[in-house]
Design a protein around this ligand. Structure first.
Ligand code: PLP
Length: 301
């Protein structure tokens, strides 16, 4: 995230970055500044970085339509001062909100017109979690820079900024780097992960899991008035708990559900700016999957 902003600034010669409501981009300083939620991510850690602008993210369930969000976005910053717009194609910590296709297309066109670098943060949504390698593929988005981490390393610490050469080459040599960059063990793990995607088995399984969980969640929505909205992309799914008969957030219900599951040996995680979403992320590989046979790094014991 930090490197993507540095690259975009070096390329455009402009300082500004625009991020969205409900966004989560990380915990280091620029990333934290771009993150939306105050508690627990920002409270007590001020002062934050400058030149950060904010616009609404479409959230139809809470009354923010794609059109209204776009109208506010257009007015949120002067493009002449803007290096980058950063967005999560499916917001993660924000409660698994997928960006509507038509809104994304308009934001991307606006960035292209004003030569603003469009950064897709797929740190949470990437590597099969939505049923395709990247969520952007399903949403018709071709970002200028793409961020990946989490799933890329299969548990090892590695992250990547991927982008077009003329943008990536803008910083001076040595401007981007770090003590742990290119760690061979983490790189080997990421290469093994890429091998796993080669035959398509993982994505097929991810899609099937997505269909099955989405049918189950829709059933819950019909059966339980406390389940107000269910949404996501592929197997990256969440449900939003509300006070029955309203769309008012019910974070106590989410907390109670987490506790209930925990006491029965199931670890689940809440999300959302109102603390009332429960998110589901599945490992897409099964113990019998073909990864052992396929991975060039696998040696039988
Ligand atoms: C969308 C997104 N971006 C970035 C990050 C990286 O966060 P951190 O700085 O905590 O590693 C995360 C982690 O959850 C994330 O979901």
């Amino acid at each position: 995230m930090e490197n993507a902003v540095k690259i975009a600034r070096a390329y455009t010669g402009r300082p500004g970055v625009l991020a969205f409501e409900h966004a989560f981009h990380g915990r280091t300083f620029m990333a934290m500044t771009l993150t939306y939620k105050e508690k627990p991510y920002k409270a007590g850690f001020a002062p934050f970085n400058s030149d950060v602008h904010r616009a609404p993210f479409p959230y139809p369930y809470h009354g923010v339509s794609a059109d209204a969000a776009y109208a506010a976005f257009e007015k949120a910053a002067d493009p002449k001062t803007l290096a980058a717009v950063i967005l999560e194609p499916v917001q993660g910590e924000g409660g698994f909100l997928p960006a509507p296709k038509e809104w994304l297309a308009k934001v991307a066109a606006w960035c292209a017109t004003h030569k603003v670098v469009l950064i897709a943060d797929e740190i949470q949504s990437g590597f099969g979690r939505t049923g395709t390698l990247f969520a952007s593929e399903q949403l018709g988005l071709v970002p200028d820079l793409l961020l990946s981490a989490k799933g890329l390393g299969g548990g090892m610490p590695i992250s990547a900024v991927t982008g077009r050469a003329e943008i990536m080459d803008a910083p001076a040599e040595g401007g981007i780097g770090g003590t742990f960059g290119g760690n061979p063990v983490a790189c080997a793990s990421a290469l093994a992960v890429l091998d796993l995607f080669e035959d398509g088995t993982l994505l097929k399984r991810a899609k099937a899991l997505g269909d099955s969980v989405s049918a189950r969640l829709e059933g819950w929505k019909q059966a339980y008035p406390v389940v107000g909205d269910v949404r996501g992309l592929g197997p990256m799914r969440a449900f939003e708990l509300v006070k029955p008969g309203t769309t008012d957030a019910h974070p106590d219900a989410a907390r109670a559900l987490v506790k209930f599951c925990w006491e029965r040996g199931v670890v689940i995680l809440t999300a959302g700016s109102y603390g009332n979403c429960v998110r589901l992320l599945f490992p897409s590989s099964s113990p019998t999957s073909s990864w052992r046979r396929r991975s060039r790094f696998w040696k039988p014991a």
